[in-house]
Design a protein around this ligand. Structure first.
Ligand code: ADP
Ligand code: MG
Ligand code: ZN
Length: 615
């Protein structure tokens, strides 16, 4: 079989996505390959398809047990023999799997990196024919990366002691320049074919909100997205507990995940979410790496993450099947303070000497700043992220809150000058709130205590609402006319450009959201009770059919003890509703239905549709 036939027969897809063919061809020609492609773009097929075509075994190195389990289950469902070797197996299961492997039963074996250097595995590897070593989540080799795993450093030792060097391929979704270079160097890739496809995930709606009541905003979001699976990320374990409890009491189907729970409970909750037994997962950032659940329709951030890398990794878990999804960050000033605290008290890496630690902390603060600006900017959010990763998109995506909000360009010269003047005349000693309260003329104990009521700028903008003053402060920081100190006090300071602005005759212009009628705001805000699936808007009748197919899928998933999306993705079910296949040939035209899955489930799904049509 050639690669196109395998794509169709095993995976049920008609065509390759961007980048896949180049990587597959490279591997098949014996050349190392390095794929840097965003989450959900289909990296697994890039090593799985050649693995089925090459003579010999492909070892896939993967950092997490959950990830291996999921991928092996998906392969088994597609009719491919595959196995995993990790610490979740008992000793006798492990030996059994290894002896099957020795008999050449599996073209693909997933291995945890810690296993590679064990006596037993080495013995196997020396006598087997290893055609390829595929390193998934390859950023784990780099200390620059977000999930450095020392055990990944062993991979190259392992490869080096094999009798014949196999093709080596590496895959990652998040890689800045340093991480990319590290991956090539540390894994010692040989003139790899490097494929980078865009970071852009146009199917994800991006939003930022600063609601007064975060909980109410989140609850409202879930209420308007019934039956949609989603994740809510919170900054701390305590907050996870609180939010989860409260949602549960409010009747939402919800579970939770954080490092403070027992292993058992974590696994249980994770499975409950993956198997669609609970709709919503509330979690710290400990949750999610390697979670392949493809029908997560929203990721909400209850707090601002500490970097764009983290944000993008987390929202990347939305709609991996390329359907529309929504990612909304609920920002508050407190989030910045908390993150600063975490950065300053980070004890993660005990081996760092003082100097290195200082450098790392400084880098983290800089990342936090860029993250904070994301919450302030009135420009396209997608463009902001892409630029952060060194890509240049258009400055209008049409699918983020800023692109969908009507702005007007406003002259804020007077406000800008008052704010900068206030900072300067109070000798750069105070934080944002004091500055704003001063020009606004607040009569608070703090203001009196700091004697800011005698400041020349006191109350000069009494008529301008505070939120507007804050927007202008944010704008001035974004444009570097003001800055804040990186310590816990966040003191507002002047910059080299502050004085220029004060002396300039040029007006200071900024984009501000147009004041809208509330009704209008609802309309332009993201409503999407029912997002279109597969770009198809289902008719009411088809929607009912879709629900029916979903139930059948849940039933089968239960019988087979696999997550529902491993049986068929949502996209496949939608496509099925549209095609309404009555014969095998018609069924095989549905995206995601391969021969093997047809044999297993085709009849049942056709029957299910048939009984529906006759109603
Ligand atoms: P990644 O590892 O890059 O995050 P996955 O390999 O998990 O992504 O793939 C994400 C989803 O895309 C899976 O459901 C997979 O079956 C699907 N997919 C991969 N390649 C194709 C393709 N050529 N056509 C349609 N769907 C695909
Ligand atoms: Mg992957
Ligand atoms: Zn946009």
């Amino acid at each position: 079989m050639n690669k196109n036939q395998i794509l169709k027969q095993y995976f049920g897809y008609d065509s390759f996505r961007e980048g896949q063919e180049t990587l597959i061809d490279s591997i098949l020609s014996g050349r190392d390959a390095f794929g840097i492609m965003p989450t959900g773009s289909g990296k697994s097929l890039c090593f799985q398809i050649p693995a089925l075509m090459m003579e010999g075994i492909t070892l896939v190195i993967s950092p997490l047990i959950a990830l291996m389990k999921d991928q092996v289950a998906a392969l088994n469902q597609a009719g491919v023999f595959a196995a995993f070797l990790n610490s979740s197996l008992t000793a006798s299961q492990y030996h059994k799997a290894l002896s099957f492997a020795k008999e050449g039963k599996y073209p693909i074996i997933y291995v945890a990196p810690e296993r590679l250097m064990t006596e037993e595995f080495q013995d196997f590897a020396r006598h087997a024919r290893i055609a390829m070593v595929a390193v998934d989540e390859a950023h784990c080799v780099s200390q620059w990366g977000q999930d450095f795993r020392p055990s990944y450093l062993k991979i190259v030792d392992f490869i080096n002691q094999l009798p014949v060097r196999p093709v080596v391929s590496a895959f990652t979704a998040t890689a800045t320049k340093e991480v990319r270079e590290d991956i090539i160097d540390i894994l010692m890739l040989r003139e790899p074919e490097v494929v980078t496809t865009g970071y852009d995930r146009p199917n994800l709606y991006l939003g930022v909100q600063a609601p007064k009541d975060k909980y109410a905003a989140v609850k409202n979001f879930i209420d308007t997205h019934p039956n949609q699976s989603g994740i809510i990320y919170c900054q701390t374990r305590k907050l996870v507990e609180e939010v989860c409890d409260r949602l549960g009491r409010d009747g939402i189907s919800v579970t939770r995940y954080h490092a403070g729970l027992s292993d058992k409970e974590r696994h249980q909750n994770q499975d409950d979410f993956i198997f669609d037994r609970y709709q919503v997962m509330v979690a710290t950032n400990a949750f999610g790496m390697g979670i392949d659940k493809s029908n997560v329709r929203f990721v909400l951030h209850y707090n601002m993450p500490k970097s764009i890398e983290e944000l993008y990794q987390e929202i990347g878990r939305t709609s991996r099947d390329q359907e529309p999804g929504e990612c909304i960050l609920f920002y508050s000033g407190q989030d910045v303070v908390m993150n600063q605290f975490f950065i300053d008290n980070n004890q993660d890496n005990q081996e760092l000497d003082d100097l290195t630690r200082k450098v790392v902390t400084e880098r983290d603060r800089e990342r936090l700043k860029k993250m904070t600006y994301y919450c302030f900017t009135n420009e396209c959010l997608r463009d902001y992220i892409l630029r952060y990763f060194g890509e240049y998109g258009s400055n209008y995506c049409g699918n983020c809150v800023n692109c969908l909000t009507q702005f007007e360009t406003v002259d804020v010269t007077e406000i800008a000058k008052a704010l900068i003047g206030c900072v300067s005349s109070s000798r750069q000693r105070y934080g944002v709130n004091v500055i704003i309260d001063t020009v606004h003329g607040a009569n608070t104990a703090k203001i009196r205590q700091y004697r800011m009521d005698t400041n020349p700028y006191y109350s000069v903008l009494a008529k301008t609402p505070s939120y507007k003053l804050r927007q202008v402060v944010n704008h001035l920081m974004l444009k570097e006319y003001l800055t804040v100190t990186n310590d816990e006090y966040s003191i507002v300071k002047l910059t080299a450009d502050s004085e220029k602005l004060m002396e300039s005759q040029e007006p200071v212009m900024m984009k501000m959201a147009k004041e809208q009628e509330p009704a209008l705001r609802e309309k332009t805000g993201k409503k999407s009770k029912k997002p279109k699936l597969a770009g198809v808007e289902l008719t009411e009748q088809d929607e009912a059919l879709f629900e029916k197919l979903r139930r059948l899928r849940a039933e089968i998933a239960k019988e087979e003890k696999v997550p529902p999306y491993i049986v068929f993705s949502d996209k496949t079910l939608v496509h099925m509703c549209a095609v309404k296949p009555k014969t095998k040939t018609e069924m095989l035209t549905v995206s995601g239905v391969g021969e093997f899955k047809y044999d297993k489930y085709g009849e049942r799904f056709m029957q299910c549709m048939d009984s529906d049509l006759s109603i």
